[in-house]
Design a protein around this ligand. Structure first.
Ligand SMILES: Cc1ncc(COP(=O)(O)O)c(C=O)c1O
Length: 386
C-alpha cells in the first residue's frame, strides 16, 4: 500500500519529538521551527497536553456533542478566559479548513448574501469553500468551478476597500498572512476594513488558524489592531498537537443558527476537548503570548543583524513568533541548508523562509537558527560556507 502525500519529502525519518525538538532515526536532534505547519507551537508532547490526553484515553475516546460530558464543560471553562472579546460561543471541528467552511456558511446564512471577499496571497484551506477564497491559482484552477462570487483584493491597500458593496456576505482576513509569505496586515488597513465592513453590514472573519492562540504575541492576532471581528476561526496550536479547530461567534450570530445548519461526526470529541483544555491551561500558566512577543522580537532582531550584509535578503518580518525571511531568490536551498544544519523551517509564498517556532525556544536555539540561516542564505547566493 502506498501513502498519497501532496507534500514533497523532506528526506528525514522522525522518531521522537519533545518540546521544540525532534529526533531522526540516526539520533540527530533538530530544532523544529516547521512544527508540523505550526501545530506544535506549544511544543511536541507538551506535558500538560499529554497528561490530559492520557487521562481521557482511560475514560472515553469518542462521544458526539448530543451527549454531555465533563471534559467539554472543563474545556468551555478554561477557554472562556481566552475567548475573542464578545464571542461567547464556540463550535469545534477537526481542521482549519473545516473551520473556514463553517465561517463561510454562517456568513451566507446570517447575511442572506452570497459574495465573499478575500485578499491576494491569502490561504484559507483546500476544501472547495476555503479553496475558493485561497489566492494561489495553482491550488485552485484544477478544481474549478469553485464557489462564487469571490473577489480577491490587494492586501494592505485601503483604496481597494472601495470595491466592497452590499452584496458581500463576508470578508475573510488573515491578520498575518501565513502561507502567502508571513505578511502582517497594516493597522490602518485593518481599521479601515473594519469600518467599511461595519458600515455595509458585511461580516469580518478573522482567520487565525495559523496566527491565533498566542503565536503573534497576543492570544488572538486581531487584538494587535484595536478592532473586533464578527467571526474567528482557529486551529493548529489550539489542540497542542491534537487535530482540532474552532469557530468562535457572538450570541447575536449563534442565536440565528439552528439544528441542521451544520454537523460533524468527530468535532468536539472528548480527546479534542481534553487537548484544548490542556492547551488553554498551558497558554495561561506559561504566559505564552507574552513569551512569544519577547522572544519573537529578539529572534527577529538577531536575524536582521545577522543578515544585513546579504543582498538576496529583502526583509525579515513578522509578528511575535510568526517570522519570515523574505529573499530575492528561491528559498529552497536555504531551507535545505537549514535542515542540514539541524533546523527545520518551511517555505511561505514563493520567496520566504518561514519560522513557526514553539514558544519555549531559547536564546541558544535562536543562535543556532540564525547561524544556519546565514549559511543557507550564503549558499543561496552561491557563496561557499564551512
Ligand atoms: C490561515 C489558515 N487558514 C486555514 C488553514 C487550513 O488549515 P488546515 O490545513 O488545518 O485545514 C491554514 C493552514 O495552513 C491557514 O494557515
Amino acid at each position: 500500500m502506498k501513502l498519497i502525500t501532496f507534500y514533497g519529502s523532506r528526506g528525514l525519518r522522525i522518531v521522537k519529538g519533545e518540546n521544540q525538538y525532534v529526533w531522526d532515526d540516526k539520533g540527530r536532534r533538530y530544532l523544529d521551527l516547521h512544527a508540523g505547519h505550526g501545530v506544535a507551537f506549544l511544543g511536541h508532547r507538551n506535558p500538560k497536553v499529554v497528561e490530559y490526553l492520557k487521562r481521557q484515553l482511560d475514560t472515553i475516546i469518542t462521544l458526539t456533542t448530543a451527549f454531555d460530558i465533563d471534559i467539554r464543560d472543563e474545556m468551555l471553562k478554561e477557554i472562556d478566559d481566552l475567548k475573542p472579546e464578545g464571542m461567547d460561543n464556540i463550535f469545534l471541528l477537526n481542521s482549519g479548513t473545516e473551520a473556514v467552511e463553517l465561517a463561510m456558511k454562517i456568513a451566507r446564512k446570517i447575511t442572506g448574501r452570497k459574495k465573499f471577499i478575500a485578499f491576494k496571497n491569502s490561504f484559507h484551506g483546500r476544501t472547495m469553500g476555503s479553496l475558493s477564497i485561497t489566492w494561489n491559482k495553482k491550488y485552485r484552477e484544477p478544481f474549478e468551478p469553485l464557489i462564487s462570487p469571490i473577489e480577491f483584493l490587494e492586501f494592505n491597500q485601503i483604496d481597494e476597500l472601495k470595491k466592497l458593496d452590499d452584496s458581500v456576505a463576508a470578508v475573510i482576513l488573515e491578520p498575518v498572512q501565513g502561507e502567502g509569505g508571513v505578511i502582517p496586515a497594516k493597522p490602518e488597513f485593518v481599521k479601515a476594513l473594519r469600518e467599511e465592513t461595519e458600515r455595509r453590514g458585511i461580516l469580518l472573519v478573522s482567520d487565525e488558524v495559523q496566527a491565533g492562540f498566542g503565536r503573534t504575541g497576543k492570544v488572538w492576532a486581531y487584538q494587535h489592531y484595536g478592532i473586533r471581528p464578527d467571526i474567528l476561526t482557529a486551529g493548529k496550536a489550539i489542540g497542542g498537537g491534537f487535530p482540532v479547530s474552532a469557530v468562535f461567534v457572538p450570541d447575536s450570530i449563534a442565536e440565528k443558527l439552528g439544528e441542521g445548519d451544520h454537523g460533524t461526526t468527530y468535532g468536539g470529541n472528548p480527546m479534542a476537548a481534553a487537548a484544548v483544555t490542556a492547551a488553554s491551561r498551558v497558554l495561561k500558566e506559561d504566559k505564552v503570548p507574552e513569551q512569544a512577543k519577547v522572544k519573537g522580537e529578539t529572534f527577529m532582531k538577531m536575524l536582521r543583524d545577522a543578515l544585513v550584509d546579504f543582498k538576496s535578503v529583502r526583509e525579515v518580518r513578522g509578528l511575535g513568533l510568526m517570522i519570515g525571511v523574505d529573499l530575492r531568490l528561491n528559498p529552497g536551498t536555504a531551507i535545505k541548508v537549514l535542515q542540514d544544519n539541524g533546523v527545520l523551517s518551511l517555505k511561505a509564498g514563493v520567496s520566504t523562509i518561514r519560522f513557526l517556532s514553539p514558544y519555549m525556544i531559547t536564546n541558544q536555539d535562536m543562535e543556532l537558527a540564525v547561524d544556519a540561516t546565514r549559511k543557507g542564505v550564503a549558499e543561496t547566493e552561491g557563496k561557499k560556507t564551512s
